[in-house]
Structures are given as structure tokens and as C-alpha cells.
Design a protein around this ligand. Structure first.
Ligand code: DAH
Length: 340
């Protein structure tokens, strides 16, 4: 019996050495340790042995069983470790290699000028309002005191979509929309794209404006001057000269254009090409809101007053960065855009 056990042990261990995968091991386990396994058979037969042999044989058989089980566990563990070492080697990454550098985008120079302009006015308590790019004739013209036969319509080369529908030629119609839906006091700015049938170095068929409107009790021209001077000084520097020059807009009375000392030549007497020899650059249009505009929105011109202004953000950006052709803003040439 003892030699039979020794044979089983040697055979099991030898067979284990030839195992190449889990399936081999499982087959072997069933063959020796399974319910009908060879070693199991021996253990089961112990009861029939003479009493004096039982203990010795039983002990030996159990030792062999434990030995084989331990070998199986050891073999599996070794395989797992080898497998892990192999995949670690295969998936090895060098975390010291520099990553792929993605190219940075940057804000478009128009957007930078617009963001800064909006920030200056919101700091003064103005709130941002918006309106549609496609406008009706009433909001774009009539309500702004520009009747159908008014020559001022020719100041703006309008894109018509239908007889009474236009691409807005300015952001001023948003003044009307806001006043129609709210009561004074109001202090708003309106950034937005506007459209005119015009195309050269200083005109683009689509460009960006920022409108402003401040309405309340006793708002006067001094408020207009104070707010707009503060804007120019914050945007272009506190020493920038500012002047208010009489002008005409149908929706304001009186109206003023705001000029600042030329950023290129510093407003020297002789001037330069950018300011056309005058030493001054025009930055925006403004004025006290016309009583007819108040009447159009149902405000009483005897009770409220206010000022409005409108500026071209393209122009602000051009002056700020010394850009001499407005079309550069809309061509998306990376060689141009990368400079900002
Ligand atoms: N809407 C005018 C334009 O596009 C600009 C303008 C001038 C707006 C005077 C105003 C203003 O609000 O008061 O030419």
C-alpha cells in the first residue's frame, strides 16, 4: 500500500511538471483529487485496512493530498506572476516623456476689444441687453425717428430681406425693444453684429457695434460727457484728449460725435495719415434721446430724459492695435490672428 501511495505521489508531481495551463491542472486535479480520483480512492479505502495500518496510511495519503494541492496553488501563483510581469513589460510607459503639446487658441482681437468695452461699462453699472440681427423696418428706422422718406435712411446702406424686413444696420433698434418692454430708469449696453452694404479698407458688410442707453429723471448732457470720457480714458489711457463735436443723428437732439487724440501721432498739430492730419480720431456717436423716440415707446418726454451712444468695436480694436484694414478681422488668416 505504501509503495502504491509513493507511486501515486511521484506520478502526480511528475504530471504537474508537464502542465502548461489551467485546463491541464484541472484535469490533473480531477484525476488524483476528484471525487473518483486515484488518491481519493485510496483515502476512501482506508476504512477497510487492518487497524494497525490505518493511521500510517491515512497520514501518508493526507500528506500527499496536501502536497499535491500546495503544488497546484504554487504553480497557479507562479503563472499569474509571470503573466503579470509579461503584461507589465509589454504595457510599460515612460511617464517622463513630454506629452503632446496642443496648440493654444486665443481670443480674436475684435472679441478682446468688445470684452474690454463691455467690462468698462458694466463696471459703471450698465447692464447687457440683446436684440435680433433680423429687424423690422419699424424698430430699425421708424421708431428711431427715421420715417420712410427721411434722407437719413441713405446714411445706412441697408440689406433688405423683404420689403419691411432688414438686417439691422445698427444696434439702436435694441434701444426701442428695451424701452418697449421696461420702464425707466434704464442703463444698458447692447453689443452686437450689424450689417451694411459697404466694403472697403474701413468698411465691412458685417461689423460689430456697441450701443449704450441711459434713461432716468434729470439725466443730462453732463452725464453723457462724464460716462463717455471715462470710457475713453479707461480704454486708451487717462491722459487721452477727448472732445465732443456737434453732429446730427435723427434719434438724438442734441447730438455729438466723440473724438480722441490720435493714438498714432499723439495728436500733434501736423497729425498723421491715420488721423488724416487732424490729430483727432472719431470714436463714437452720441446724443440726448430725441422726444420722438420717447413718444414711440410710450415714455413721456416731459418726465424722463436720457442719452444714447453707439460705437464701432472694429474701429476701437483697429485704433487699439494699430490695424489699418478692417477686412483682416473677417478673413481668419492665422498669420494675422496669431499676433494677438
Ligand atoms: N446708430 C448710429 C450708427 O450706426 C450710431 C449712434 C449714434 C448710436 C448716436 C446712438 C447715438 O445711440 O446716440 O451710425
Amino acid at each position: 500500500m505504501e509503495s502504491e501511495l509513493a507511486r501515486l505521489r511521484d506520478e502526480a508531481l511528475a504530471a504537474l511538471d508537464t502542465c502548461r495551463d489551467d485546463a491541464d491542472i484541472e484535469a490533473l486535479r480531477v484525476r488524483f483529487l476528484g471525487r473518483k480520483g486515484e488518491l481519493t480512492g485510496v483515502l476512501r479505502g482506508i476504512g477497510e485496512l487492518p487497524v494497525e495500518q490505518r493511521r500510517v496510511i491515512g497520514e501518508t495519503a493526507n500528506q500527499i493530498k496536501t502536497l499535491v494541492e500546495e503544488r497546484i496553488v504554487a504553480l497557479r501563483t507562479r503563472w499569474q506572476e509571470e503573466q503579470r510581469a509579461r503584461s507589465l513589460a509589454a504595457e510599460r510607459i515612460d511617464i517622463t516623456i513630454p506629452g503632446n503639446q496642443r496648440p493654444y487658441g486665443s481670443l480674436h482681437p475684435l472679441l478682446q476689444a468688445l470684452d474690454d468695452t463691455v467690462a468698462i461699462f458694466t463696471a459703471m453699472g450698465f447692464e447687457v441687453a440683446r436684440g435680433p440681427d433680423i429687424e423690422d423696418d419699424y424698430h430699425n428706422f421708424a421708431a428711431l425717428n427715421i420715417p420712410a422718406d427721411h434722407p437719413a435712411r441713405e446714411m445706412q446702406d441697408t440689406f433688405f430681406i423683404a420689403p419691411e424686413v432688414v438686417l439691422r444696420t445698427h444696434t439702436s433698434p435694441v434701444q426701442i425693444r428695451v424701452m418697449e418692454s421696461r420702464q425707466p430708469p434704464l442703463q444698458i449696453i447692447v453689443p452686437g453684429t450689424v450689417y451694411r452694404c459697404d466694403d472697403d479698407v474701413t468698411h465691412s458688410p458685417m461689423f460689430v457695434q456697441l450701443e449704450g442707453l441711459m434713461i432716468g429723471k434729470d439725466i443730462c448732457f453732463a452725464h453723457l460727457k462724464g460716462v463717455l470720457t471715462a470710457f475713453v480714458h479707461t480704454m486708451f489711457g487717462p491722459d487721452t484728449p477727448v472732445r465732443f463735436r456737434p453732429s446730427y443723428f435723427p434719434f438724438t437732439e442734441p447730438s455729438a460725435e466723440v473724438d480722441m487724440g490720435c493714438v498714432i501721432c499723439g495728436g500733434r498739430d501736423t497729425g498723421c495719415a491715420v488721423c488724416k492730419g487732424s490729430g483727432w480720431l472719431e470714436v463714437l456717436g452720441s446724443g440726448m434721446v430725441h422726444p420722438n423716440v420717447f413718444r414711440a415707446v410710450g415714455y413721456d418726454p416731459e418726465q424722463v430724459s436720457g442719452f444714447a451712444f453707439g460705437m464701432g468695436i472694429d474701429r476701437i480694436s483697429m485704433l487699439r492695435y494699430g490695424i489699418d484694414d478692417i477686412r483682416l478681422f473677417y478673413q481668419n488668416d492665422l498669420r494675422f490672428l496669431r499676433q494677438f
